[in-house]
Design a protein. Structure first.
Lengths: 343, 324, 324, 343
């Protein structure tokens, strides 16, 4: 009976093994730290803004920062990012202003960016449905002879969707340079991983698509970086897609509207919180002597300042023109579109 | 009778029906451990066990497709789609199989399944949490469609859908899930499919609506108080449709405005207008007017109120008709 | 000008457009090696290579979903769905993404993709090879829909769809894929979207149709020769819709019959009737009648002709209207 | 990188290894032969009937008989069969009259049976979409405490569809007693396997669902039988679903409307034809001494007679009542259904 050897299921780790990643100098390590802090700060401030009624329902990504920052650092600027709602702020790492993402969560049209500008696709709300988009983009870039790769982020729950399956298979068949990045935080809202799949590991799915599948500790930003870098290199070299399963844990509610107490084991959550990804990396950098208090402080203040300016800018934005109801749907709108409009 | 929110009435119906019929099971994403993201299925897993209130994998076509097989094994599945727009992955199963399987068996088997979901806009949510997909469902042969607008009807129509031997899609207006508490009959309560409700009687103009738009029409009627006597017809079920009630009201007032949140083109409002154009042409004192959403993606929520049919737009249409 | 079958005109359009625009690519199941199960894509792979005429895996949502990504990379994909009913698995991508992605980018990106497919009944095929799904498509915001009824229009509308900067669904009536050869302009030939075609001029009654139903209406007009002067309006595109042509014809004849193969409820015929009920009410000499398929699964082919709108049913409706 | 050991990809064989299957006596072997001949005869006659204009377009299953007969023989009567169009006549092995199946291909309402009667679901035309049905049925039987299992047949092409994926995952998560029987005939109409998947073997997909995956020679009726029997036993014992990849070759056109010459290698087809499944089994039985000329002749004549009577019965059936347009869609039809009917 076909099965994957169990050593394949071991998680790649860097931090806990106190390894170093080839080719990463102190500047790189600090850049990664900066990204982690920016994301963490974005997330924590957003929860506060939500409580203050300044943004709408918000999907928290606390303890997911290592997966996002680690993987993005392995990309080149030409590479495309396809985020789900869980990676709503990943564009910050590509220069999208915090105010833009805050606008998105404020239901303001200014929250929508031009994907081509930063090579960050629109935030995908319906689970797994962006995987075929990313496959098509990666395939299309390859057809053009470009060296760009694409990365699609999705959760453990997404692997149950037909769209994920069709996209993964397309990527494999077309040998598209796509990284299928699975954030396995072990929950899909209230549904635990064992009610989602019987696979021993989600990375085993790769075998059925004929693509490499790897598993990393999703709380280890350097392991994520390293695994993604390999996948990017493979894709750029014509080796097709890679499935990365990053194993972590959703240590916060699914979203601000969710109350996990009815379904989650709070002790486990506390345990995971103690091992959260930013602190782990920070301790590692301090062990290495790359980070000192002053630098850490400065980076955190920068991030806070970015958020302060972001929310101020978002709140300073005038209320949107209702005419935007009609503006962006068609290049050549059909006549009669405004039938019944009272504007 | 207790006062309940609409979503609580849904929950009540599920409790009553699961207790009544052992072959009934509820399934969907987060319906079990969490009791549903709107808590429509709260308490069911605790009371009826994890086999009769099942947290499924995250796969809408898998949910509806396996529900077909469950029917063949003698179960009556009540499937939840977490939100309107997240039901689209199940459209293939619905169109290809749910509406056709009985026909395919030469009428020998029954597929008494229910698909229920919160639907509609106005709730300040990220995109794709706001759609009104009823036209996709009602255009699909073999499928029935019910849409309550009050807590009591939410309970009664869901019970009717559950007991109906054919597949029924029940769309629950999430905007008024916790809008206003109203009296809901205790215990078994069934509102037969196919009977419209005269939400308000009047003689000058009829407002035809369903779901959350019924309240908009009622408020429009209030606004027109003094200027015109307004009838509000709550369709309650789109298939079977209470054509008699529609035609009777059109015959009485001679003026009809149809209101729907969904995009305009080929929405259910068009069907209502078409029926009137076919069967009430001599009764009409003026055009049949539609107040609808637009043929564009449901907008960013900061401006969603301008997309949704408003009291003003409905009043405007009614006035136009009255002055015709 | 050469005489061509409708499906040959489709093939011609693809040859011309692929030669004209290097960013165009054709993709779908069996479009390459086999040249399509109806041979609509014959010769493309040989001429333009396997990268511009791609045999995809058997996955309709995968086809349409990856087409979105291809657009983002600068390609203009023309996706084939092998048959009408096999397009249903792509509805989720269509509704959720194809129609919304441009809007989502604040109007910054274009998604100039085309979905084309053979559609409609009457071909003595096993089930699910006979559907008329236009209502699902035209109800979907952000998407345009064209349906040719002649070889020349099949070429011209497909070219227009390909050149249109918005997503367009083109439904090709397979019943007349090889119905009658007609003149088709050589080389580039574009029939703009949104312009109806007066297939026949008349003064007493208007028959409104599209696709294979246009011929049924023409035959009904023949049948009524002497009894009435019949106008036949071929809509050619459902969105954008040529409302002016529709209203002009209704104003001229005062009597309108709408014909569609699709199930009746909330089909596109309802939209036509609703527009007339709204904007032509004073022009109408009688009800707007619909001759349609029924709200049941498309039937076993031995009796499919009784499901499809027939010349007799159209003539019957027209007579009823003339006698009203 | 996760992969399945290559010995797992070897095809289980019985006939070529001149093995015997435990527990199968001469009567069983002959019963299997009878089924093979019945299917073969049905298929060959159907192609003739089509040419004669007596049935419509027909999906040929020549050289697929071993997969169908071998697996059905491993089922008990209580078990459910979910056929695709490629297994249109599989119900014959459950007592569905040949005339019924012929009616189906004649577009006659008498071609639709009651699935509950023979535990054979309706023929599924849209690819892969019946896999969730079979998963639901198997799960539902298990919930009732019944011991019935289900088998779903689908092709190599079907594994690309989202519906296949969602159904397979449901079966695994619910531990439903389902056999996912993949007829890998290496073509989906004109699309070869290598344009469908990059998996080394389709059975590798099982790993990603956490279910056993096995590979058999689809031209070897006994290997198919043996593999299915194991899967059935596992399912009945509460061991959940099994994925069986039966590797064969489509040695005939996809359907009567298809002309494979434009895309297939005809030499390869001829080679496969020489090794077709019925002849292989017949030779085996003769080697074993279980089959002699007289018995073979009698069985073939019986099958021909079944078909003769089947087509006669089908052709004797009166034309269907057009009222059937409305009859079977609803238990409680909505009013106005016949609006516009001219009957
Ligand atoms: C197609 C679809 N179905 C349902 C939902 C509702 N929903 C939002 S998040 C979520 C859980 C997703 O879980 P997972 O894929 O593990 O990602 P995570 O949220 O854990 O990052 C669900 C069911 C949706 N957004 N899209
Ligand atoms: C959803 C869907 N898409 C497309 C088709 C058209 N179609 C019929 S058979 C076929 C190929 C199927 O190949 P495979 O799954 O390998 O099964 P096989 O025919 O080889 O037995 C296709 C594309 C269909 N029936 N259903
Ligand atoms: Mg998750
Ligand atoms: Mg095949």
């Amino acid at each position: 009976m076909a099965r994957v050897a169990s050593e394949e299921h071991e998680l790649r780790r860097v931090i806990d093994e106190d390894r170093e990643v080839d080719g990463l100098g102190a500047d790189d390590l600090l850049a990664i730290y900066r990204s982690l802090i920016l994301l963490r700060t974005y997330d924590e401030r957003s929860v506060v803004y939500h409580r203050q009624g300044r943004i709408g329902t918000y999907a928290i990504f606390w303890n997911h920062e290592a997966m996002q920052a680690g993987s993005v650092h392995a990309l080149a600027d030409e590479d495309w990012i396809f985020p789900s709602y869980r990676e709503s702020a990943i564009g910050l790492l590509r220069g999208i202003p915090a105010s833009t993402v805050l606008h998105w969560w404020r239901g303001h049209p200014a929250g929508w960016w031009n994907p081509a500008e930063h090579r960050v696709a629109s935030i995908c709300v319906p689970i797994g449905t962006h995987v075929p988009h990313a496959a098509g983009l990666a395939w299309g870039e390859k057809l053009k002879g470009s060296s760009a790769v694409a990365i699609a982020y999705f959760g453990d729950g997404a692997t149950s969707e037909g769209a994920f399956h069709e996209g993964a298979n397309f990527a494999a068949v077309m040998q598209a340079p796509l990284i299928l990045f699975c954030n396995n935080n072990q929950w899909a809202i209230s549904t635990p991983l064992e009610a989602q799949t019987r696979a021993e590991a989600l990375s085993d799915k790769a075998v059925g698509y004929g693509m490499p599948g790897v598993r990393v500790d999703g709380g280890d930003v350097l392991a994520v970086y390293e695994a993604t870098r390999e996948a990017v290199e493979r894709g750029r070299a014509g080796g097709g897609p890679t499935f990365i399963e990053a194993v972590s844990y959703r240590a916060a509610p699914h979203a601000t509207a969710d109350d996990p107490r009815v379904y989650i084991d709070l002790d486990r959550v506390e345990e995971e919180k103690r091992n959260e990804c930013v602190g782990r990396y920070e301790a590692y950098l301090r062990r290495l002597g790359v980070l000192d208090d002053a630098t850490a402080e400065e980076i955190k203040n920068d991030a806070l300042e970015t958020m302060r300016r972001g929310i101020a800018a978002a709140e300073a934005e005038p209320e949107p023109d209702p005419e935007l109801v009609f503006d962006n749907a068609y290049v050549l709108p059909p006549p009669g579109l405004r039938e019944g409009w009272d504007g | 009778m207790a006062e309940k929110f609409l979503v609580e009435a849904v929950n009540d119906a599920l409790h009553v029906e699961l207790a009544r019929d052992e072959t009934l099971m509820v399934m969907g994403e987060d319906v079990g451990r969490a009791g549903g993201v709107f808590r429509a299925t709260a308490g069911l897993r605790e009371r009826f066990g994890e086999n009769r209130c099942v947290d499924t994998p995250l796969a809408e076509a898998g949910i509806l497709g396996s529900a077909i097989g469950l029917c063949m094994a003698g179960w009556r599945p009540v499937c939840e789609m977490q939100y309107d727009a997240f039901s689209y992955p199940c459209l293939d199963q619905l169109i290809t199989h749910v509406g056709r399987y009985r026909w395919r068996t030469g009428g020998k088997m029954e597929f008494p399944l229910v698909v229920r979901m919160p639907y509609g806009g106005g709730v300040r949510a990220p995109e794709l949490h706001d759609d009104s997909p009823e036209a996709y469902y009602v255009h699909t042969p073999g499928v029935k469609v019910a849409i309550p607008s009050t807590p009591a009807d939410a309970k009664g129509l869901l019970a009717a859908a559950i007991r109906d031997p054919d597949p029924v899609v029940v769309l629950e207006p999430k905007l008024i899930y916790r809008g206003e508490k109203q009296e809901v009959p205790e215990g078994e309560h069934v509102v037969p499919l196919g009977q419209a409700r005269l939400a308000r009687e009047g003689t000058d103009v009829t407002l035809v609506a369903y779901g959350a738009m019924v309240r908009v029409c009622e408020r429009a009627a209030d606004e027109l108080e003094g200027a015109a006597s307004v009838e509000v017809l709550d369709l309650r079920s789109l298939r079977p449709l209470d054509e008699d009630a529609l035609l009777a009201s059109a015959a009485k007032t001679g003026r009809v405005v149809v209101v729907q949140e969904a995009p305009r083109t080929a929405g259910f409002g068009a069907e209502i207008a078409a029926i009137l154009a076919e069967k009430a042409i001599l009764d009409l004192h003026g055009p049949v007017l539609r107040v609808t959403g637009f043929d564009v993606p449901y907008p960013y929520w900061k401006i969603e109120d301008r997309y949704m049919p408003s009291v003003e737009r409905v009043v405007g249409a009614a006035r136009k008709l009255l002055e015709f």
